[in-house]
Design a protein around this ligand. Structure first.
Ligand code: ADP
Ligand code: MG
Length: 450
């Protein structure tokens, strides 16, 4: 059993590189490895919905990564709890208050393994205080920051700390996607009750009768009005009873267009803190700690090499070390700087990252739609051009710090800020409601972030 978590950890590191963050977090990271025998690696998923999506879209990637790590052809089998055979079922931790499967490397996410640097010490300290005094210090605690910078880590650290020190408290962790899915299911099961206000009592009891509620990646709620309304009421119920709420997002509350204002103002009532990218010393310290945790023998030179070359995202930083370790294991050689260079050549020798500017975004979008940047900035109105323009505005808001006024005036032919705001709203809504749009934007964003 201990071995399969390790394999799975390594597989995750590989898959994380090839998947956008949202599907990775929702479908892949939530899988729990249960067994590996006779060339079959069995993974537990949470629900039918996820199972179908994983089998349809990601099985291939999972099997490829498994093959790389296990050095052999491996079949990945995705199962629901109900499909597990009895023997295995007993081994899976049961926790009836929590239907969500626990991530495989759950115990790794504690305060002790979190390295706090200049970029994260306020987030770390406030998370710690909240864990020590739930409901009494900052409520809600709103953590925000880019991908792979430690938000989920801190949320789990709070979760684990409270479970350990206040065992009588009910703590619930979920992603906003899970909250949404459960809410929708609860409505559809609610026989004839089909407004948010009638959401069946089981759902409400689950989310409102807790002492601590942690909701990760709230940005997925953007544009989902019904769920936001339900969350608003959940939030009020909890806060009214002095129960702790912790929220994470990739943006600060006020930047989330299409988040209902009353919700974003509630979020801002407590403490909002950000986590930014770590500096070189912090990156090295994180790698040191990970090496210790994984009991890897890694020299200072290798740690320095990785920290110097992978700078923005801690998940990638750790992924690089995992990759080096996997190479060393497969080739049966010690971890040296040369081995590290070989293992990481595809990752590190990439050309320097392009800074994300509005002209750059416009160029990518224009290419995507086979139109010109002038079309995007200009006055033409054909549907395709107008849509590409709206997408560019949405992405400009998301990826730059420019104000709406400046975006409209300087980069979109002197347009009014309300036009930019409206465009962001339209696109956010489409993303929330249409799979096709979500995938298209994801594809464009991947090009932007390349
Ligand atoms: P986010 O939720 O912000 O996208 P995660 O919390 O999932 O990021 O972090 C990505 C990976 O980096 C995790 O494996 C996490 O343990 C690790 N990590 C992030 N920040 C730190 C840190 N300050 N110290 C140690 N590990 C960290
Ligand atoms: Mg996260």
């Amino acid at each position: 059993m201990e071995n399969i978590s390790k394999i799975w950890d390594e597989v995750l590191a590989i898959i994380a590189k090839h998947l956008p963050i949202a599907p990775y977090d929702i479908y892949i990271k939530t899988l729990v490895p249960v067994s590996y025998d006779n060339g079959t690696f069995t993974l537990l998923t949470e629900n039918d919905f996820n199972k179908d999506i994983i089998k349809g879209r990601y099985l291939d990637k999972i099997e490829k990564a498994l093959a790389t790590i296990c050095n052999d052809y491996v079949i990945a089998k995705i199962v629901l709890k109900s499909e597990l055979d009895e023997n295995l079922n007993v081994q899976i931790k049961e926790d009836s208050s929590k239907s969500n499967a626990e991530p495989a490397f759950y115990d790794k996410y504690v305060f002790e393994t979190f390295v706090s640097g200049k970029n994260s010490n306020i987030a770390y300290a406030s998370a710690r205080q909240v864990a020590e005094k739930p409901g009494q210090v900052y409520n809600p605690l709103f953590l925000w920051g880019g991908v792979g910078l430690g938000k989920t880590h801190l949320m789990f650290a709070i979760y684990n700390y409270i479970k350990k020190h206040f065992p009588q408290m009910k703590v619930l962790y979920c992603t906003s996607e899970e909250f949404t899915n459960e809410f929708i299911t609860s409505i559809s099961k609610g026989q004839g009750h089909n407004t948010p206000k009638d959401a069946p009592s089981k759902f409400r009891a689950k989310y409102r009768e807790v002492d601590v509620l942690l909701i990760d990646d709230i940005q997925f709620l953007i544009g989902k009005e019904g769920t936001q309304e339900e969350l608003f009421h959940t939030f009020n119920a909890l806060q009214g009873a002095n129960k702790q709420v912790v929220i994470s997002s990739d943006q600060p509350p006020h930047k989330m267009v299409l988040l209902e204002e009353r919700l974003s103002s509630r979020f801002s009532q407590g403490l909002t803190v950000d986590i930014s990218s770590p500096d070189f010393e912090t990156r090295s310290a994180i790698l040191q700690k990970k090496a210790e945790f994984d009991r890897l023998k890694v020299g200072e030179d290798v740690i320095t090499y990785i920290s110097q070359n992978i700078t923005t995202n801690i998940r990638e930083l750790e992924g690089a070390l995992t990759r080096v370790a996997a190479y060393s294991k497969l080739s049966d050689e010690p971890i040296t700087i040369d081995l590290a260079k070989t293992a990481l050549k595809d990752i590190i020798n990439k050309p320097a990252k392009q800074e994300i500017t509005i002209p750059f975004i416009q160029e990518i979008v224009a290419n995507y739609f086979s139109i010109t940047v002038e079309d995007i900035r200009g006055k033409k109105r054909p549907a395709k051009i107008a849509y590409a323009r709206q997408i560019s505005m949405y992405l400009a808001c998301k990826y730059t710090d420019d104000t709406l006024v400046r975006i409209g005036k300087e980069y979109f032919g002197g347009r009014d800020h309300s036009t930019v705001h409206y465009a962001s709203k339209v696109i956010s809504k489409d993303i929330a409601q249409k799979d096709g749009t979500r995938e298209m934007i994801q594809e464009i964003e991947n090009k932007i972030k390349l």
